[in-house]
Design a protein around this ligand. Sequence first.
Ligand code: 5RP
Length: 227
Amino acid sequence: MANEKAKRIAAREAAKLIQPKTVVGLGTGSTATFFIEELAQRAEQEQLQLKAVVPSSSRSGELAKSLGLPVKDINDVFNIDITVDGADEVDPEKRLIKGRGGAHVREKILASSSQEMVVIADESKLVDALGVGVLPVEVVVFGSPATRLKIENLGYKGAWRMTEESSFFLTENGNFLYDISFDTPMTDPEQTHEELIHLPGVVDTGLFFHLARRIVIGWNDGKHEIR
Ligand code: 5RP
C-alpha cells in the first residue's frame, strides 16, 4: 500500500488527540483503518472508556467492532465530539476532496455533526489546488444517464466508477459515482460544488469546505505535523 508508513504515523498521532469518555466518528479508507486500529489499541491500554464510536461505513464499523470498540449507529447518536477521517486531497485552506472510498456522503454527515473534524493524511495528499486527481460525485441510480448528461453539459468530463469486475461501483448508499477529471486543478472549487449540487440526481460532491479543523500529516521520514 502506498505511503503506508506515513498514513500509520498520521493515524497514531490523531489517536493521541482522543479524549476519554467521548464520542468519536470514524472515516473510511486505508488511513481511517489505521486510525481505528490505533484508537482501539490506545482505548485498551489507557482505558479511555469511549462513550461510542460512530462509523461512516460498514467496513469501518465491522473493523471497530472486531477490535472491541463501542460501535453505535449514527441514528442513535446526536452529538459527536470528534471525527477522524482521511482525504484524497488537502489544499492550503484545508479544503478537501474525499470519496475515493465511496463513503463521502456519510463522511460529510458525520463531519458536519461533529464538534471537530480531524483529517489524517500522508504527505502525498497535500496539493496547492484541488483537482489534481478526480472529484467523486455521488449520483442516484434512477435517471443516472440523464444526470450524467447534465453534468457534462456544464462542461465537466469524467467516467462512472467501475469495479474490477466491470460492474458499476455502488456507494455506501447504493448510488453510482461519477468521477470528474480536470485538465488543470480547479480555480474555484466552491463554484464547482455549487454548480453540481443543484442538479437533480446529484446527491453530493466529494468537496468538503469549512469542516476540517486540524490536519495531521504523516511524512515518509517518520515525522508528523499538525496544521
Ligand atoms: C473515502 C475517503 C477516504 O478518506 C479517502 O479516499 C482517502 O483514502 P485513503 O486513506 O485510503 O488514502 O474519502 O470515501
